[in-house]
Design a protein around this ligand. Structure first.
Ligand code: ATP
Ligand code: MG
Length: 565
C-alpha cells in the first residue's frame, strides 16, 4: 500500500513533482509563461473517483498558476459514446467544485486532423494499408524482435492520398483499410512500428452525425488536439508514458512557432476492494448487479454523491494521496476517513433506531411528554439545538439489551443502569418475550433526579443510549453498504474475472427502522450523524412518509489509528 499523508496539520506541503515541473517551465519562460491544461474524458461512461484525481490535478494546476483548464471530450470512437455520458461528466465536474475555461470535443478537430493526415501522406510519412487488423498485428513483432514491413508500405504519396480520400468518401468497407504513420517497423518502442492513425467506421457520431467514415485513433488525436488548443501541460496516467515519444513525434511534424505541449504522466488511482474501469463498471450496471451508475456501492462520483460523500471530502482525499510516478493501491479506509472527517464537522446529530425494540419506563406517567433540548452538532456551535421528546414508551436498539449479559456488557440488562441521551438514568428491570423467546418489550424505571441539569445528573453510568419515542418517531428504511468486491486488490488476481469477486452481501436493507420526527423535513442527500450508528444521508428514492437513508460510513475511525502509528 502506498499511502503518504502529506496533509497533516502543521506540516507545510511541498510541491508535487508536476508542480515542480510547471514551476521550472515558468522559470525558463517556456510557452511565454502561459499555463494551459485540459481534462480529456472519453464520454463512454460516468466519472469515477480515479477521474477525480485527474480533475483535481488538471484544474488545480491551472488555478494555482493562473492558467486555464479546458474540458475536452475525447469523442473519437462513435461506437461507445453517448450524450448521456457527456451530460453526467459535466455535472460531476461542477459538483466537485471546478469549472472549465473552454469546452471542446476532439470531434471539433476532425477537419484539422484530416488535413494534417494528408500533409503527412504528402511528406511520405503516412500510408494506406489494405491488410486486415490481424495481419497487421502479426507483423508488429515483439519487444525483442523487429516487425515486418507491410507490402503496402511503399505506395506513392499520390496513391495514398487518393485511397485516403476514398476511405473518407465511404468507398471501402469497415476494416478493409487503415492509415498508418510510416516510421520504423524495427523501432525498440513498439508504438513507433507504423502506428495506426485512422480506421474506417461507418457509424453515426453523437455530434458529427454521418460526416465521417473514418475516425482518428487516440495516438493520432490526443497530442494534436492538445496542440490545436494551446495546451502546455498534458497530464495523464502512467500507462501513456510509453506513448509519449509518439506524442512528441506527431507534435514535431505539427509545430510551427516556439509553443509546444508537453505530456507528463502520474500514477493512476486504485482503491482496495473496488474496480476503476468504466468498461467494468458498465458491466455491473448492464448486468443488473447494481441499481445504476449512481448506486451507492459504485466508485463513480455520482455513486459516492448518492452515498453521502461530499466534494470537500473527495478533494481532501485526493490531496492526501498525492501524485507520484509509481502505481499503487490506496486503502479504502483512507477515503472513508476523509468523508468521516468532513461529516463530523457538518452533519447534524439525530436519533435513529435501526433495529428497534420497545422500552417501557414503568414509573413514568402515561401520556406525559417532556421536550428536551438536544445540541445539533457539538463540532459546530452555529448549528444550534432542537427539542426532542421523551415519553414512557420508547424504541431502543435490540442489540442494546441482553437478558443474560457478560460482565463487560454495560448496556441494558436487568439490574443495570444506563443514561438515555438528553434525559434520565434508567434502570432495567426485565423484559417480555414471545413464544419463540424473542424479546418484545424491555422494562425500566427512571430516576427523576438524574435529569440533565438535575441534582443527580452527574451520577456515573457506563453507557449512554439513544432512543426515539414510539409516539413521535417515523418509520424509515435504511440501506447499509459494504465493499463491492471481496478481494482487496482485484488486479493481483489474474486467474479470476472481477465478476466472480463481487460481494454478495454488499447491500443490506433494514425496512423497519424508526427515526426521530425532525427528519421528516430532510431533503435528498442531506447528511446526518445517527447517534452511535454512523453517518447517513437521505436517499433520493425517499417519498413523503417513506424515508430512505443510506449509510455513508460508520463512526469507527480505523484509519486515524493507523495513521498515528
Ligand atoms: P477507464 O479505464 O476507467 O475507462 P480511462 O483512462 O479510459 O479510464 P478517460 O475518460 O480516457 O478514462 O480518462 C480521462 C482522464 O482521466 C485521463 O487523463 C485519464 O488518465 C484519467 N484517469 C482515468 N482513470 C484514472 C485513475 N484511475 N486515476 C487517475 N486518473 C485517471
Ligand atoms: Mg480511455
Amino acid at each position: 500500500m502506498t499511502v503518504v499523508d502529506t496533509n497533516s496539520e502543521g506540516s507545510k506541503k511541498s510541491l508535487n513533482f508536476i508542480e515542480q515541473i510547471v514551476e521550472n517551465d515558468l522559470k525558463e519562460g517556456k510557452n511565454r509563461g502561459r499555463i494551459a491544461t485540459r481534462f480529456p474524458p472519453e464520454p463512454n461512461g460516468y466519472l469515477h473517483i480515479g477521474h477525480a484525481k485527474a480533475i483535481c490535478l488538471d484544474f488545480g494546476i491551472a488555478q494555482k498558476y493562473g492558467g486555464t483548464c479546458n474540458l475536452r471530450f475525447d469523442d473519437t470512437n462513435p461506437t461507445k459514446e453517448d450524450v448521456e455520458y457527456v451530460d453526467s461528466i459535466m455535472e460531476d465536474i461542477r459538483w466537485l467544485g471546478f469549472s472549465w475555461d473552454n469546452l471542446f470535443y476532439a470531434s471539433d478537430y476532425f477537419g484539422k486532423l484530416f488535413q494534417f493526415a494528408q500533409e503527412l501522406i504528402k511528406k511520405g510519412l503516412a500510408y494506406v494499408d489494405d491488410q486486415s487488423a490481424e495481419v497487421i498485428a502479426q507483423q508488429k513483432g515483439t519487444p525483442t524482435s523487429p516487425g515486418v514491413n507491410s507490402p503496402y508500405r511503399n505506395r506513392s504519396a499520390e496513391e495514398n492520398l487518393d485511397l485516403f480520400l476514398r476511405m473518407q468518401a465511404g468507398e471501402f468497407d469497415e476494416g478493409s483499410r487503415v492509415l498508418r504513420a510510416k516510421i520504423d517497423m524495427a523501432h525498440s518502442n513498439m508504438h513507433f512500428r507504423d502506428p495506426l492513425m485512422y480506421r474506417i467506421l461507418k457509424q453515426a457520431h453523437h455530434r458529427t452525425g454521418n460526416t465521417w467514415n473514418i475516425y482518428p485513433l487516440y495516438d493520432f488525436a490526443h497530442g494534436q488536439c492538445d496542440y490545436f488548443e494551446g495546451i502546455t501541460h498534458s497530464l495523464c496516467t502512467l500507462e501513456f508514458e510509453i506513448h509519449r515519444p509518439l506524442y512528441d513525434w506527431f507534435i514535431d511534424h505539427l509545430q510551427e512557432g516556439d509553443y509546444r505541449p508537453r505530456q507528463i504522466e502520474f500514477n493512476r488511482l486504485n482503491i482496495t476492494y473496488t474496480i476503476m474501469s468504466k468498461r467494468k463498471l458498465l458491466q455491473l450496471v448492464e448486468g443488473g448487479f447494481v441499481k445504476g451508475w449512481d448506486d451507492p456501492r459504485m466508485p463513480t462520483l455520482c455513486g459516492l454523491r448518492r452515498r453521502g460523500y461530499t466534494p470537500e471530502s473527495i478533494r481532501n482525499f485526493i490531496d492526501r494521496i498525492g501524485y507520484t510516478k509509481f502505481d499503487g493501491v490506496i486503502d479504502q479506509s483512507l477515503l472513508e476517513f476523509a468523508v468521516r472527517e468532513h461529516l463530523n464537522k457538518i452533519a447534524p446529530r439525530v436519533s435513529a433506531v435501526l433495529n428497534p425494540v420497545k422500552l417501557i419506563i414503568t414509573n413514568y406517567p402515561e401520556g406525559k411528554v417532556e421536550w428536551n433540548e438536544a445540541i445539533n452538532n457539538p463540532e459546530d456551535e452555529s448549528a444550534g439545538s432542537r427539542s426532542i421528546p421523551f415519553a414512557r414508551e420508547l424504541y431502543v436498539e435490540r442489540d442494546d439489551f441482553m437478558e443474560e449479559a457478560p460482565k463487560k456488557f454495560y448496556r441494558l440488562t436487568p439490574g443495570q443502569e444506563v443514561r438515555l441521551k438528553n434525559a434520565y438514568i434508567v434502570q432495567c428491570t426485565g423484559c417480555k418475550k414471545d413464544a419463540d423467546g424473542q424479546v418484545q418489550e424491555i422494562y425500566c424505571t427512571y430516576d427523576p433526579l438524574t435529569k440533565e441539569g438535575g441534582p443527580e445528573s452527574k451520577r456515573k453510568v457506563k453507557a449512554t443510549l439513544h432512543y426515539v419515542t414510539v409516539e413521535h418517531s417515523l418509520p424509515a428504511e435504511v440501506r447499509l453498504y459494504d465493499r463491492l468486491l471481496t478481494v482487496e486488490n482485484p488486479a493481483e488476481d489474474k486467474e479470476r474475472d472481477f465478476m466472480d469477486m463481487l460481494n454478495p452481501d454488499s447491500l443490506k436493507v433494514l425496512k423497519d427502522c424508526r427515526v426521530e420526527a425532525s427528519l421528516q423535513d430532510a431533503r435528498p442527500l442531506d447528511h446526518f450523524q445517527f447517534l452511535r450508528m454512523g453517518y447517513f444521508n437521505l436517499d433520493p428514492d425517499s417519498r413523503p412518509g417513506q424515508l430512505i437513508f443510506n449509510r455513508t460510513v460508520g463512526l469507527r475511525d480505523t484509519w486515524s489509528k493507523i495513521a498515528k502509528k
